[in-house]
Design a protein around this ligand. Structure first.
Ligand SMILES: [Ca+2]
Ligand SMILES: [Ca+2]
Length: 332
């Protein structure tokens, strides 16, 4: 039995408390975002360094591949790397493969996916690498198992820890408490009639892809998804589908067997924020002004505005409601 959870989002006052949402490569039309990190092998155990080595953007050119942008991210930040005789990166800033008791090495994700083929296979020319892509080069001590590359594991859920989304008035932190990987249907309430949401579609097993679609789930149509889950314009009535591990999509796990996909459904509903008379998604002094102008008979209000104005739910819009909006503004 599927449970329907309602996620109350778009708390404008909440969002403002979190300040400006950080921007990433998506803001730069020709760039990808590259992170190089070692979160598995500690310096106390002999690693030359640990943590995030670099977090940067790399501007794409027509000849680029997943391999070349990782290499350029390293050299542009004045670090060194070496390439093995097999053509993959074997050492970054002195942290080499096989450094952990004879095991360990470097692996990359492209939009949270450990690619099915080597890093040279994904190019600008073949569309495998695109502006806005998120790339993480990371060190593993356990052939990927310690960084979410689970070979022979057929789990196709989204990650409880890493899945999230955010919109103009939505802090990504708000979703973490609501999301349960085994519950597949959710409502997203937006307080603004239209919004743009970014989904952090991170699978539990990053050997599988997660793809984001709007209003029609089309797993076998290339390019029908919102790549990386980015910038999905939404309005009331839209339905977002996030599929994980569809059998038509490439995965290194296909060598071990076939998984059953999981599809999550997010129904977008517009719910006017009580008191938000000017429909800008936040409670502000303009809402009080609109209500006061209505009470002074300078302006008319729509039925929807009258409903939104009724802060104390007594069926009418009056001076008590204006006072209540002001009290809420003052409390924040
Ligand atoms: Ca408002
Ligand atoms: Ca009222």
């Amino acid at each position: 039995m599927k449970k329907l959870l309602s996620i109350i989002l778009a708390m404008a006052l909440f969002a403002s408390a979190f300040g400006t949402i950080s921007v990433s490569a998506e803001e730069n039309a020709d760039a990808v975002h590259v992170v190089v990190k070692n979160g598995t092998f500690n310096t106390t155990d002999g690693a030359p360094w640990q943590g995030v080595l670099l977090d940067t953007t790399v501007t794409l050119n027509d000849e680029d591949s997943l391999e070349s942008v990782i290499e350029r991210a390293i050299t542009e930040n004045s670090y060194e790397f070496t390439v093995s005789q097999y053509g993959y990166i074997s050492s970054i800033n002195g942290l080499a493969e096989y450094a952990v008791n004879g095991s360990g090495g470097w692996m990359a994700t492209l939009n949270n996916w450990f690619t099915a083929d080597g890093t040279t296979a994904y190019t600008v020319a073949n569309g495998g690498l695109q502006a806005g892509d998120e790339i993480v080069m990371m060190y593993t001590c356990a052939w990927g198992a310690d960084v979410g590359s689970l070979y022979g594991d057929f789990t196709t859920t989204l990650s409880a820890d890493e899945f999230g989304f955010r919109g103009s008035y939505i802090s990504e932190a708000t979703t973490q408490e609501f999301f349960v990987p085994d519950i597949h249907e959710y409502n997203i309430e937006i307080n603004y009639p239209e919004d743009t949401i970014t989904f952090f579609a991170v699978p539990t097993n990053k050997n599988y892809q997660a793809r984001v679609y709007k209003n029609e789930y089309q797993p076998e149509t290339d390019g029908a998804d919102y790549r990386g889950g980015k910038n999905v314009p939404v309005k009331d009535g839209d339905v977002i589908y996030i599929g994980v591990g569809n059998p038509a999509w490439p995965t290194m796990n296909s060598w071990a067997g076939t998984a059953e996909e999981t599809v999550y459904t997010f129904r977008v509903k517009y719910k006017m924020l009580t008191g938000d008379l000017n429909s800008n998604g936040v409670l502000d002094i303009d809402d009080v002004t609109v209500l006061q102008r209505y009470l002074a008979e300078f302006v008319e209000l729509t039925d929807e505005q009258l409903k939104a104005a009724d802060m104390n739910s007594d069926g009418s819009a009056d001076i008590n409601d204006a006072t209540e909006i002001q009290r809420k503004l003052a409390a924040n």
